[in-house]
Design a protein around this ligand. Sequence first.
Ligand code: NAD
Length: 480
Amino acid sequence: MKTYQLFIGNEFVDAAEGGWFDTLDPFTGEAWARVPRATQTDVDRAVAAAKAALDGPWGQMSASDRGMLLHKVGELIEANADKLAEVECRDNGKLKSEVMGQVRYVAKYFYYYGGLADKIQGAVVPNDKPKVFNYVKYEPMGVVASITPWNSSLLLTAWKAGPALAAGNTMVCKPSEFTPASLLDLAALFVEAGVPAGVFNVLTGFGGDCGEPLVRHPDVARVAFTGGDEGGRKVYASAAAGLKPVSLELGGKSPNIVFDDADIDNAVNGVITGIFSAGGQTCMAGSRLLLQDSIHDEFIEKLVKITKAAKVGDPSDPSTEIGPVATLPQFEKVLSYIDIAKKEGARCVAGGNRLTGPAYGAGQFVEPTIFADVTNDMRIAQEEVFGPVLAVLRFKDEDDALRIGNDIRFGLAAGVWTSSLHRAMYMSERLKAGTVWVNNYRSTSYTTPFGGFKHSGIGREGGVEAVREYMEAKSVWIST
Ligand code: NAD
């Protein structure tokens, strides 16, 4: 079994109190690595290292040199993509092919934000005062705490590390206790790239005894969180106690809306990708399918045919299309939602069961599942399952689809499938979601903001503006 250590001040160290915990392979159900259980003392050490780095070579470095270092980290990520993907697959059971694509994309975040490091400009501001010159500059905030969930540890950390480090901050990152390993492998690449000590630190531990003290630490200036809305609320409250700026990327229950004028086969494929990528364990999953009445039956028939043929099994097998559910609590949660949907009167048209047998390892597998005859008041229509479970609802026209689509507390994303430009515009203007995809689903990029309306979060990640999210504006007035 592999043993990892915490990463503090460019050194790999044990937890101060000497605790450990195991990380499990969701396919085999076995512990494959053990990691230190960081607590308050380790939080103090890591934050102190990150704070000291602000006054060290990193703090003195030109923005261009900082950018070059981030670029170097990106190159090393690409060179080590296979190894990083392997580790993340062991931890969360995602398909190797999916994670390989993701890790290569992580490198692009470092290239993009490395390139932006010396392009965040201030301004000379004309003003109403006689003989006073005013300029505005942007400065790093300080130590940034990054807290991430189990579904995409590397990618979701890159969303934060790219802009935060480009801005000149330092970081203490806490990955999920279910997927702690890959960030520690990433950390080694920061040393290899020549990033100064204390700039990037990683603590493995639990929400209560590591995440919370990190958010509350008085020397943490800014908190970047991705996770569920319950965790998000706690982090928001802890950060509020210290009056810290926070970004929260939370859950979703996104409507994927198909009109009768859509290219149906294209839409079927898009709906499948929208819900079953990563076994539905993505915040942006298109987990509420809204079908226009006239195509409802034909569409479901096509969808069910593909769903029933999907190959579920070993995530390391290249022919597998859907892997295991990443964690045991999540597995139980997905099964409980299938029960809830059945009791609520939804009609199960595909899947609906757990899968067991030799092909399914330790058995943390759920059949890709589709429920028809769902109404918007059902829990299966309103609550995030975070698994391979699709709820199908019907609608009459645009306004009916908007009423149903927007009648939910989440607002992360939405899909619209139509051949009418007017319809595409009408819908995208009115959907209450941070991202709207028309005739595609799941496109995201480092070049553009991502985040949610309503309970799906606060703030945006991605794009040029993300760097400013990690900077303070300073206005300087000089008498002339
Ligand atoms: P979670 O909220 O349970 O945990 C996320 C992280 O928060 C973990 O590292 C956990 O240890 C930590 N944490 C928990 N309590 C804490 C506390 N009191 N203080 C500080 N840290 C604490 O989420 P999860 O189950 O790991 O991930 C699934 C959720 O993440 C889903 O709801 C999903 O939609 C969401 N998600 C959102 C996005 C997005 O960009 N909007 C992306 C991926 C996942």
